[in-house]
Write a protein that binds this ligand. Structure first.
Ligand code: PGA
Length: 257
């Protein structure tokens, strides 16, 4: 199974535009028929209502964040429980931009468990700030995974996805893109960490995807040589024409395989 998730981040500016992007993307997806490929977009909470009215089976809707408490004195925040009434399929957690705003390992763990409680599949983002020559970045990734999954029932593990997103390769401030080889090294390591935690049979069911400046030019390299089961696409996912070209290439690859 392959998975491609768009992360719209704080885009677009209006519900009208959000509906247009969603509809255009889902329409273009109609020509891509592949039972082994799932596609979704994680959108700003405020658009869930309008997008829900236009929901299409070929483009799952997910959320980017929510508080782990169901209610509380949290001015300005929305809880995962509140979001759950819109039935999102995926929930991003541990994204580096959310970690930067203060989400530590405890918060990431609580959000993961809360998403799971509401049958929203957590996409747990992990990634290092920099690659040090001693390989300490692998320890960072191991700790992030172990802490995020604390208390997760073994039966639920198959529903999580791990997104490897090296922070130095994300967004407009990216130093450079990661290479498929750099991605492969960490993907293998993530699978080892999962195997040590949950056993080989359970670990095999977890999808590992890559994110960080993925576009139509480099997407296939990560799938072919980076050892991943899919992609988490930021900027390119809000441009339907771009996003579709990524999905198309992954779909064709999945069919050839
Ligand atoms: P980017 O974002 O593709 O714009 O680098 C990826 C992400 O932050 O999920």
């Amino acid at each position: 199974m392959y998975l491609i998730i768009g992360n719209w981040k704080m885009h677009p500016e209006s519900a009208k535009e959000a509906v247009k992007i969603y509809k255009d993307t889902s329409k273009s997806l109609l020509k891509i028929k592949n039972k082994n490929l799932k596609v979704g977009v994680c959108v700003p909470n405020v658009f869930l209502f309008e997008l829900g009215k236009n929901k299409k089976n070929n483009l799952a809707i997910g959320v980017q964040d929510g508080h782990f408490n169901p209610t509380g004195a949290e001015t300005g925040l929305t809880s995962i429980k509140m979001l759950a009434s819109y039935k999102p399929v995926y929930g991003l957690v541990g994204h580096s931009e959310a970690r930067l705003r203060g989400d530590d390992d405890y918060v990431v763990n609580q959000k993961t468990l809360e998403f799971m409680r509401h049958k929203i599949n957590p996409i747990i983002c992990v990634g290092e700030h920099m690659r040090d020559p001693h390989g300490d970045y692998l320890k960072v990734i191991k700790k992030q995974i172990e802490q995020a999954c604390l208390g997760l029932a073994k039966k639920d593990v198959a529903n999580i996805t791990i997104a490897y997103e090296p922070i130095w390769a994300i967004g407009n401030n990216a130093k450079r893109e990661a290479t498929p080889e750099e991605c492969l090294e960490v993907t293998i390591y993530i699978r080892k960490v999962l195997t040590d935690m949950f056993g080989v049979e359970t670990a095999k069911k977890v999808l590992v995807i890559y994110g960080g400046s993925v576009d139509k030019g480099d997407c296939l390299g990560f799938i072919e040589h980076g050892g991943v089961d899919g992609l988490l696409v930021g900027r390119a996912s809000i441009v339907p024409g771009e996003f579709i070209k990524i999905v198309e290439q992954v779909s064709n690859y999945a069919k050839r395989k």
